[in-house]
Design a protein around this ligand. Sequence first.
Ligand code: G3I
Length: 409
Amino acid sequence: MAITTLATSLSALVLLASLVSAQSAVYGQCGGTGWTGPTTCVSGSVCTYSNPYYSQCLPGTASSGSSSSASSSTASSGATPTISGGLPGATGTGKLHTVAKAAGKTYFGSATDNPELTDSPYVAILSDNTMFGQITPGNSWKWDATEPSRGTFTFTAGDAILSLAQKNSQLLRGHNCVWYNQLPSWVTSGNFDAATLQSIITTHCSTIVGHYKGDTYSWDVVNEPFNDDGTWRTDVFYNTLNTSYVATALNAAKSADSATKLYINDYNIETAGAKSTAMQNLVKSLKSAGTPIDGVGVQGHLIVGEVSSMTSNLAAFTALGVEVAITELDIRMTLPATAALYAQQKTDYQTVISSCQAVAECIGVTIWDYTDKYSWVPATFSGQGGACPWDASLLKKPAFDGIVNGFQS
Ligand code: G3I
């Protein structure tokens, strides 16, 4: 009898242990396509659906049960799910590229970067081409990555982004040919005369645009040429060639791929002001000189609570005969995030998207990575972050709903 009791107790212990080990820890994965691990969470946390590829144990108590499939998503039919930090999440279940296309836009997209491509849950969301119909390489097509020494071009990392886009049937924005930042020292410290630097720009732009000939929707041929007061940025290109480097780069890109759309891209040109005026004047002068220019990229690195309508300013660009795109959208906040900041951020995302929606020639929107996990903001602005529509646990924030609302405005 005593032996039987002991055996029964041991069996119960083994069963209990297996049940415990079959539960994911707080913040652990608990579901998603291909997931073979635990689908329940340890006490005090709830399995919360994020997307078809990822559900996660988040602190809290179950109000709607575990949810490892879309059908039991807390993000469906208007219920407000709780995401990281106990904050409210998005309620929408739509797909952003699909919504943008239905609204008449060419794409909704995201920047990405090579180191992130080892993160399977991240890549799974990025690769959903109904969510993101376009991607931009965040770093690996830049000058320091593609021509680290003069005349020696490397495309291994850049081609990984191309392969991803091709695999997923996503459009690509090339980023970028000529920029003062992330230049190799052989360019900045070469003391080249004007003719030599002009030739260096032509070689660089024609080689990288030519390498991706036929693969891109558009290219940021010139990035950030102006200071915030509308004067020209005094970088190695302007200092050596004055403003002529812009036409040199555009002409080289055009000759390398006549079909891709050639953009000039900058920040703080979202609303009227000296910098936007300077960009408009540049477009006018390029047009009147017959230099190829197809679009203006409005980056959109914005601050929660400081966003206003961009419609009239976007229309001022398109009135010059170019298209516009929001190319690097993110809206940062001073941390810690709160429900009130998330609500304001939702409003601000909606304001930006509805501004683009109001202008027919605003052809698409790209967010500067979709998740706070890989945002550039915290490393650049101390104490700030939370700028993306997905949080660092890959869960959708209210900003997601603001984007959908903006396209449907
Ligand atoms: O590649 C080096 C690596 O070797 C080194 O170990 C590491 C250590 O910090 O740094 C790596 O370089 C970093 C690079 O990204 C690649 O990851 C730089 O430090 C870092 O400053 C750089 O930041 C990029 C930034 O441009 C540079 O200005 C961001 O990732 C990128 O998102 C950001 O993107 C820009 C757009 O191109 C233009 N508009 C503004 C936007 C945000 O700044």
